[in-house]
Design a protein around this ligand. Structure first.
Ligand code: F6P
Length: 328
């Protein structure tokens, strides 16, 4: 390790995710370990443009590993999408003597980092932080495991009341473009049907499956729907559609929403955050740039940042088959 980088900065950007605080802590403490100064940037790229910086020492990040949200706040910056905005951001970094940037966020945040690097040759390393798990180059993004368990716990609770009243519940979980939460929380909570953006199974199939489930003696049912599912109907329309077509069902809807983005990170997310933070700082100190750190086969690896943005983290479609078999 060359240890020539004397000052770096860290920010969280885009939608927050549990484990972001643990990642900030790891970046700050790894910097302290290598005697590299670390600056925190508030509100992502917006704070970078506004010069909203704070020095962070190993003690600034005490007692945050267990906390949800992000102590550095987060934002989606429109100004950073302009050339003028990025110019100001660069000048702010130069003025403070910052030599490298760790961006904790999703693909939108990484796109900003890649453009910034292309324009100013400024070293950027990404840490994947989003509950959606939709980033290529890592089996898990920060916050995904926590969100998954939050969603599963919520579905378990809904199952209690669904069963007491013999009702069918449509439960909408987050995932604008990806069905990781829906598919895995759905299988984990024993959902009868799971609708995801990656596969349009068709409404007829859902009706058939619900009819079958009633015939087989089930009194309550849960259908998990990802926000971005491809049926062409939102969760309320789906519920109406089933009520109109299957009179035997009394239907209710529950939208879990942003509760899935909050809460204390699971042990898995805290450990992942700690590992990725160490690697991110070590790469910067080593003079590396335009990389994203991630987990593959339980090893921490680096992927080209552009590849991480453009690639697709494929969902395990066999889980749909498993889910199908489980509803027998
Ligand atoms: O990308 C994470 C995510 O939580 C998506 O699952 C969801 O569609 C989106 O962010 C919601 O964004 P916002 O908080 O801006 O409403």
């Amino acid at each position: 390790m060359t240890e020539t980088v004397k000052k770096i900065a860290v920010m969280t950007s885009g939608g927050d995710a549990p484990g972001m605080n643990a990642a900030i802590r790891s970046v700050v403490r790894t910097s302290a370990y290598y005697r590299t100064e670390c600056i925190g940037i508030y509100r992502g790229y917006q704070g970078l443009i506004e010069g909203d910086f704070t020095p962070l020492t190993a003690r600034s990040v005490n007692n945050i590993i267990q906390k949800g949200g992000t102590m550095l706040k987060s934002a989606r910056s429109k100004e950073f999408m302009t050339k003028e905005g990025r110019q100001i951001a660069y000048e702010n970094l130069k003025e403070k003597g910052i030599e490298g940037l760790v961006v904790i966020g999703g693909d939108g945040s990484f796109t900003g980092g890649v453009v910034f690097n292309q324009e100013y040759d400024f070293p950027v390393i990404g840490i994947p932080g989003t509950i959606d798990n939709d980033i290529y180059g890592t089996s898990h993004t920060l916050g995904y495991d926590t969100a998954l368990n939050t969603a599963m716990d919520a579905i378990d609770k809904i199952r209690d009341t669904a069963s007491s009243h013999s009702r069918l519940f449509f439960v909408e979980v987050m995932g604008r473009d990806a069905g990781f939460i829906a598919l895995n929380a759905g299988v984990g909570a024993g959902a009868e049907e799971i609708l995801i953006p990656e596969e349009d199974l068709g409404l007829e199939r859902m009706l058939e499956s619900l009819k079958k489930s009633k015939r087989s003696g089930k009194s309550s049912s849960i259908v998990v729907v990802a926000e971005g599912d491809k049926s062409g109907k939102n969760v309320y329309e789906l519920a109406n559609y089933v009520e109109e077509n299957l009179e035997e069902y009394e239907v209710r809807v529950s939208v879990l929403g942003h509760m899935q983005r909050g809460g204390s990170p699971t042990c898995f997310d805290r450990v992942l955050a700690s590992r990725l933070g160490v690697k991110a700082v070590e790469l910067l100190i080593d003079g590396k740039t335009n990389l994203m750190v991630g987990l593959q086969n339980n090893e921490v690896v680096a992927t080209d940042l552009e590849k991480a943005i453009k690639g697709i983290n494929n969902i395990d479609m066999d889980l749909l088959r498993v889910s199908d078999i489980m509803t027998t």
